[in-house]
Write a protein that binds this ligand. Sequence first.
Ligand code: ACM
Length: 631
Amino acid sequence: MKKMWLCIVLCMWTLVGSTQNASVHLIPQPVDLQILSGSFLLNSQTGIGYNRPESRTVAEMLAQKLNSATGFALKAENNQNAVIQLFLNEKPNSQLGKEGYTLEVGSQKVVLVANQVAGLFYGVQTLLQLFPPEIESKKIINGIEWQAQAVKITDYPRFGWRGIMLDVSRHFYDKEAVKAYIDQLVRYKMNIFHWHLTDDEGWRIEIKSLPKLTSIGAWRVARHGRFGERAAPKPNEAATYGGFYTQDDIKEIVAYAQARHVTIIPEIDVPGHSMAAIAAYPELSCKKDTSTRVSCGARFSEWYGNGTFKMLIENALNPADEKVYEFLDKVFTEVAALFPAPYIHVGGDECYKGFWLQDAGCQALMKKLKIRHVEDLQGYFMARLEKILTAKGKKLLGWDEILEGGISPGATVMSWRGIKGGIEAAEHGHDVVMSPTTYAYLDYTQGDPTIDPPIYANLRLKKTYSFEPVPEGVNPKYILGVQGNLWTEQVQNFRHIEYMSYPRAWALAEIGWSSKSGRTWENFVQRLETNFKRADAAQVNYSKAVYDPIIRTYKKADKLMLELESEIGEVDIHYTLDESMPDNFSPKYSQTIAVPEGPVNLRVQAYRRGKPIGHLITLKRSQLEERVGKF
Ligand code: ACM
C-alpha cells in the first residue's frame, strides 16, 4: 500500500513537472529559472521599449526577429511603458556582472533587466527561446499562438570565454556564411569566434603589404574527397579553388560580430601549418623551394602514432631568418589594426622541425643561443613573435605546444591535446582556454563511424556534454572558458558546418554558460529535442546521431560479445543477426549478446513509440571484430 501511494505521488509529481516545463526548454540552462502560472501572448500591437539609447540595437534585433516569423510590424522605441521592456540598470546589480540579466515574463508584460547591453542581448536570446519553435522561421508562419510561458529568470555565465573555432583555410566560406554562423552561435550565448585564417590549404586574409599571400596563397588546385588521399597538383595545373576576405570584408564581419557581442580572435598559424604562405613567399622557409604549392589535401606527412610525425613537404617558417620576423611584423601590424580583440592567436601547433635541423642557419642560431634541442627554437620564435604583438598592444594566445619551448608569463594557452597542457599552463600561472580533442573537437564523427564521413576520431554528444573545464586541483581563475573547434579538412559547405557543429556546440555553450550543478545530461536531452525543432524551423542542419545506438564489442573467452546502448531515454533498440531487415518486431535489445559464429551481419535500428528514429546501422562481423574494446 505504501508503495502504491509513493507511486501515485511520484507519477503526479512527474506529470506536474513535465507539463509545467513543457514549453520551457532553454539551452543553455539559466542559473535560476522559476516557472510561473500563465503565459504572455505576443500580438501585432505589442510594444518593445528601452530606457537608454545604447539599447536600441538589441531592441531592434528583437523586433526584427519577432517580426520575421509572426509577420507583425513591431517597433522598438525609447519608451519605458512598453509591454516588452529592455531596461538597463542605473546602479549595477553585482550578481549579474557584464553579461547577466533578469527576465520576468508575465501575462501582461515582459521585463528584461541588465547592467550592460550584452546582458540585454542574452536575455533577448532567452526570451526568443520561450516562444514556440516556429519563431525561428525566416518566413511568416500563420495560425500560431505566439505564447511565452510566464517565468522568472536570473541568469549569468559561468565563463567569460564561450567559443567556437572555424577553420576557413581547408575550405573557404564566404562572408555571408561567416555571419550566418555567428548568428547561430549567439542564439546559444556564445561570445567568442576564433577564426582560423591561415593554414597549409589557404591564406584567407588580405595583407596589403604582402599581396602574394592572397594572390597565390589563397588558391589551390581543386580537389575533393578524403583529406590526405587526394591527388597532388599536376605541373602547371591552375590553382582555381579558394578565396579570401578583403580587409573591407574583415571590417564588416568584425562590426557584425561586435553588434552581437562576439569577440573575433584571429589566428595566423605559425611557424608550422604555413605551406600557403611559403607557396607565396618560398624565401621564408629553410629549403626555399620555389615549386611549393598551396596544399590541396594530397598526402604531405607521415604520422607514427602518439602524435609524432614527419612532413614530406616543408610547411614551417625559418626561425633563423630575420626576413621572417620582418614578414611577421608586416602581417601582425595589419591583423592587429583590423581586430579589436586583446588577443591574437599565433597557432604554434604541430610544427615539424626536421627542416630546421638540416638548415645551417638554424644550426648556427642554436649554437649562438646555446640551444641544445631544436624544439627550443620554437620557444625563441615565439618570444620574438610575442615582442611583435606586445608592440602592437596585443596578447599572445597559442595552442598548447607553445609551452614546450618556454613562454612568457603573459601568454595564454589553448589546451587541445587533452587537458594536460591546460593543467600545466594554469600551474604556471597562465590563462587557459580548454578545447581538448577528447570533448570539444567538432570535426570528429558524432555517431557510429559507419554513418558519418570518416575522420580522425569519434566524439559523441554525451561525451562532449560530460566535459568539466576546470580540472580538479586547478585554480579556476586561470580557466577562461571552453571552446569547440571545427577543423574543415572534410567540411566543404555551410550545411556541413552546421551538421558537424550541432548539437555538440549547444552542449559546449551550456558548459560555458550554465552553473556546474545546474545541468544534467537527462535534462539536457529533453531540452535538446525542443531545440532540434527550433533548428528545423530555422532551417539549420544538425546531426541526429544522438538517436543512434552505441555499438560496442568485446571478447569473452573466444566469443564475440555485443552491447548496444542508447544515449537517450524512451528508445527501444531492435536488431537482427539473421539477414533480415529489422523492424519493431525484431528482437529488442535488453542484455549482452554473444554474436553467433559465421559471417553474420548486425542490423540495428532505434525506435521510439513504434517509430524508427535515427539511422539503420549495418555492421559486418569483421567490423564488429575490428571495434573490440574501442568504443
Ligand atoms: C590542432 O588541432 N592542431 C590545434
